[in-house]
Write a protein that binds this ligand. Sequence first.
Ligand code: NAG
Ligand code: NAG
Ligand code: NAG
Length: 888
Amino acid sequence: MENTGLFARSFLFGVTCFLIMLSKVNGDVSYSVTEEKKIGSVIGNLARDLGINVKTLALRKARLDVDEGSNRYCDIDMNTGDLIVAERIDREELCGLTTTCTLKYEVIIENPLELHRIVVEITDINDNSPTFAKEIITLEIRESADKGARYAVNEAHDADIGINSVQSYKLKENSYFSFVFHNKPGQEKYGELVLEKELDREQEQEVRLFLTAIDGGNPPRSASVVIQVTVLDANDNYPVFSQPVYKVSIREDSSYGTTMTTVSATDADEGADGQVTYEFGHLSGDLLKLFSLDSKTGDLILNGNVDYEKQTTYELKIQGKDGSGLASFAKVVIDIIDINDNAPTIHLKSLSNPILENTMPGTEVGIINVQDKDSERNRQIRCSIQGNVPFMLTPSIKNYFSIVTSGPLDRELTSEYNITVVAVDEGTLPLSSLKTFQLSVADVNDNIPVFEEQSYKAFVAENNKPGTSVCSVTARDPDWRQNGTVLYSLVPSEVNGVPVSSFLSVNADTGILHAVRSFDYEQFRSFKVQVVARDNGSPPLSSNTTVSVFISDENDNSPQILYPAPEGKSLMTEMVPKAALSGSLVSKVIAVDADSGQNAWLSYHIIKSTDPGLFTIGLHTGEIRAQRDITESDNMKQNLVISVKDNGQSPLSTTCSVFLVISDNLAEVPELKDMTYEENNSNLTSYLIIALVSVSTFFLTFIVLILAVKFCHRRKPRLLFDGAVAIPSAYLPPNYAEVEGAGTLRSSYNYDAYLTTGSRTSDFKFVRSYNDNTLPAECTLRKSTLPLSSLKTFQLSLADVNDNIPVFEEQSYKAFVAENNKPGTSVCSVTARDPDWRQNGTVVYSLVPSEVNGVPVSSFLSVNADTGVIHAVRSFDYEQFRSLKSRL
Ligand SMILES: *[C@@H]1O[C@H](CO)[C@@H](O)[C@H](O)[C@H]1NC(C)=O
Ligand SMILES: *[C@@H]1O[C@H](CO)[C@@H](O)[C@H](O)[C@H]1NC(C)=O
Ligand SMILES: *[C@@H]1O[C@H](CO)[C@@H](O)[C@H](O)[C@H]1NC(C)=O
């Protein structure tokens, strides 16, 4: 039994499900609920019937959509997905006498948007009793009335419908009347009293009847009324209405007092029996207020406002009664004509706010619903978005529209939109409404910081203070907050092998570049640094620019004198021939300045001289020339103090002294030596040297005089400076840093040279000049610090013992060669002496094998074994190496 019960139930359930499925296919899900259910009663499981997961209901904002101002009655229980009763539902209040009473809802579920229609049918319960319009119904019946005569009685009204409405009447036992109830489906219902026994006014003037109306509910409800029948004298005719049904159409905006129609009934009787008065049949209190009926004229008058949106049609029962109580009924059907009196309403159902500025065109950002309470054309709505905004409406379901982006958004251009939706209905006098929503655009880091300039140039004077601001870079990023916050940094790189960060730093926030150290124009003149501007977005965007820093020169280097050697180191003496004429070049001061431009533009001035007016110096050349012919009377020793000044803003200068000896003759040498060292603090050594030199000089002079006599017609003494100054290029070191050698030109050198020129044939071979043929012009002994020495010859024969080692004349030699020399050029010459006899004293020179830059030194230099002259084996390249050392 239980099994079959279960089977039957599940079968039933299956059928129900099938039906629900069917209805879902049709778009609607229907439920049925009886009226007057308790609040919270479950009507049905909506979630299951719509096939929606209960858990997602809340998330998807499932809701019943109800027109504004209407009652909800039902709601969705988000926890169970049940459709429940939310308010008292009174079918009679909702639907009156309409047989089917339904509530229609739209269930909106978002994301994705779904729309379902559900219909809840409200079924009736017998909660209303029948009522009679009046407590006492009065009837006047003539005594002449025949047996079987029928008298209509105003029926009882029951708000319930169907079986719950009045089903039967019961007339209390009496001797005159019976009651017939016409209750055929599809026909007018009415009750009639049927006269069963003739009345006799003379017997009974009044008959009291009790009529009870009973409905079909369970349990049934009933109501009773007293029908008071007054027995009159004869009256034979009933009033007759001109139409059984009066049809009237009025506009819903019809004004108060409008006469809608006039009913009329005629009674053939004469006098009071033919006088027809009109009154309403059963009418609810509301309708009695809304309409009035002139009981005499039959004018039906509008006493209030009708609203098509509330009720479209009214049916009024009207009774026409003659003076003696004979009555008949007619019906007035009033149709209300719709007027476009409702503007569309716009409801924003959802809106994603804010939206990202990189939202693709075509993205749904919101849903609106538009409604119009009017009907037909007055209800047709056209919807659009006003103004020039990148949004449009696309129709979704029924009266729903999606707000969709129609173009790209850019927060940097427009960060906020006012979207105005206009809805216009299609009435002849269209009504419209506007609704504006604000939509903000949220930022996306879509802008790269952009430097105001493509590249920057900064100029800094050298010797700046560390920390000086050098220049400022600015990059702009229009994004919002951190997406537009620009931070600056240096791109790590190197300048001359040093990280750029040790030269410059950049303030991350302001973009101001600071020097980290003091710059030196003489070290480098410019460098480049890349600055990156990076925003704070995630991921960050960046761009970079190049800042070229130019260091400008300041006059921070004083001129440096290359020739003659600076004071203090050693002294330089120039020989000036006595016969020097005005304008002849005597010497030249060579100076350099590490600065550049004006700051290195040197000028030369004589600031002190023994005989002012005898010598001038070229302002820019530094050439010292005789200003007039030299005469015998001129002082032999001439001392010039020369100042070399650069042309900087605050000029720097250096001075040097030039010593000139006016002489053609070695005879003056002792004095010369005197002069040379006069400024040195005399000491014993000096005196000794002077003494030695004097003796030697005396002897040499003697020999020279003899030789002079012998050769005077063949040779004339050479001048040291006779025309262009022969300052060998090697005097100008390739790099100022290596100037230290400049001071090694010793005064004695020129003196020696002079000696040599006059004594080519001398047996005494210890003196050489750079003019000597053995030393070509491009090869110059830089440090031929030949010591002064003298020899004396004694005629004494001694047998030699090799008891002397060869001794080089100098401890070390320095040779200067111009690069790109010819191979085979003699570079310098070394001399070692061995005073032993013959082979014991014969010196043979050779190079000590060694390597220079990994190459045997012999591939650079060779030495003549006999003469000690060193030759270059190859052409040298200054750019390859600048110096080499070799041992002999
Ligand atoms: C949007 O409307 C508000 C007030 O209605 C106004 O203050 C605002 O400036 C408007 N914005 C734009 C972008 O038009
Ligand atoms: C910056 O941009 C990112 C996307 O690039 C966005 O998620 C973030 O919200 C933005 N920040 C601000 C402050 O707008
Ligand atoms: C600097 O910018 C250029 C071009 O915009 C880019 O190619 C380069 O990678 C950037 N350098 C750095 C260090 O960011």
